[in-house]
Design a protein around this ligand. Sequence first.
Ligand code: DON
Length: 613
Amino acid sequence: MSFPTLRAFRALFDADDRACFCADGHAPALADSRSNVSWRSARLARAASVAAALSLTAVLTAGFVAAPVADAKTPQPKAALDASAVAVPDRYAADTAQQIFAAGGNAVDAAVAISFTLAVTYPDAGNIGGGGFMTLYVDGKPYFLDYRETAPQRATRDMYLDEKGNVIPGLSLVGHRAVAVPGTVAGMWEAQKRFGKLKWKQVLAPAIKYATDGFTVDAWLQQRRDLAAKGFAGKTNFDAYFSNLKTGVVFRQPELAQTLSRIAADGGREFYEGQTADLIAKQMYGHGLITKTDLVQYKAVWRQPLAADWNGYRIVTAPPPSSGGIGLIQMLKMKADLKPQFDGLALNSEPYIHLIAQIEDRVFADRQQYMGDPDSYRVPVDRLIDDAYLAKRVEEITPDEVLGAASVKPGLGDSMPEKAQTTHFSVVDKWGNAVSNTYTLNGPFGSGVVVDGGGFVLNDEMDDFEAKAGVPNQSGVTSGDANTIAPNRRPLSSMTPTILLKDGKVSLVIGTPGASRILTTIFQVMTNLYDFNMPPADALAAMRFHHQLLPQKTIYYEPYQPIDGDLAAQLKARGYTLQGQTFNGDVQMIRIDGTTPQPAADPRGAGVGRVIQ
Ligand code: DON
């Protein structure tokens, strides 16, 4: 859809609840004073608008109302695809997307609505108290939105060390001090304001309905809750809000419904400047570091997406503060460079796994040395994905040698089982727009701290910083000076929401949770699709493994398809240690075949792929 057409749609809706738009229909690149203007005027009309939101909720409680988005005279943009489609981690999110598309929304409206819905129905990873990344392709142009959390202003480099300089176990994972300033609401507000067609209130309505009316808890969610609750017991107020998350129960979240209604009525800045901000600051007071000033100053950032050519496709993916995009491109290019060695090797055979592990050693060596928040550290992005650099890197790889951390160094010069939770969803609309979104609380249910009166959990994203040189975080990865704790800094991430283009059209939308496993998972699924020509379902179902430099010579396998028998024996004979892990991704992807979207959800999870006419 062209921007003039988008403008025509917007004109119908913008008057009451939006910031002004630039002449070309774009909101400013960074959140700026305009959103504050919008917020302040909204605050003046507060009483009326909250009442309006609540009455809207009441209407929606009776069933989502599909609002018309254009009158008969509005020119309809030409459809690029046969249908819209989503791949999402639960069925509630799929239903939300269906409602949003029925109301005339585009992929960005659907993505924002899905993300608020998952904050209600997938509360261990879906969130408003965390952060994430969104890669978009809208009207033929790529965009990247960074709504990663930031360290609070009072954060200090050694805040997780005791007087002897040792890391205090758990302090960056559980409780108030683990929490970084949340970015999700600012991100959703920015994305919808810039590209959405529907009213902001419309995209929040399905989430408010699920929070008000409740949703039915499945056994898997209860299992995840029970596990998390053990870690929070006696340390946080988690159980006061989530003890009733039991199989078969219709779980209602009235405080969360009110929070979402305030955000719906007053706009995204309400979370950072309004009553919700007050509730967060109150929750933190005396226990954590976040203040109202941290919240007021938080901004989501539009960044240049990372892009590279590979195998006839254009990859559009996550730049720093993600390490994922760089790592994914490095792996794909190094594998292509090693074509003669890979030729004839069966997928996931012993020599195949060995070669991939050697590639991964190099990726993670570079990750730990060179990557961090690009606003405070110059990440040598171009050099790290440069063809000549990577061609030189693969020259070090010899088929007969098991390399480990001791010998693999960063290339430009000088564990443990995974504790989930993050989630990913992919969306395309019939106009050919796409959204790839990964967002997270970091650990399951984040820090376990619930905002009293707000009804939502806060993240434990501070664990993604380097607490002490050489000490791995919960994903078992170390990082360097580029990722030390400093006020306002964004912690290094592995989230890699990715879009592949072919001749300027969307060909694949893909992403997954899994922390450091994210990039190796996406790499494996893309390899299955494009190097082994597997259909999407097979590409997802194939066995996956993980290797990341540290611990040395360790190959992780998954319960879904363990490495055993001859393969295990061969890898051990080569010198590898095999280690099980509980989790190896939950990929949600959409492949486009001609003009037909083919959504596919990972068989490891409870995701749903749905084509929406
Ligand atoms: O940003 C990151 O890389 C991590 N906080 C993501 C954590 C994660 O994916 C855990 N979920 N499975």
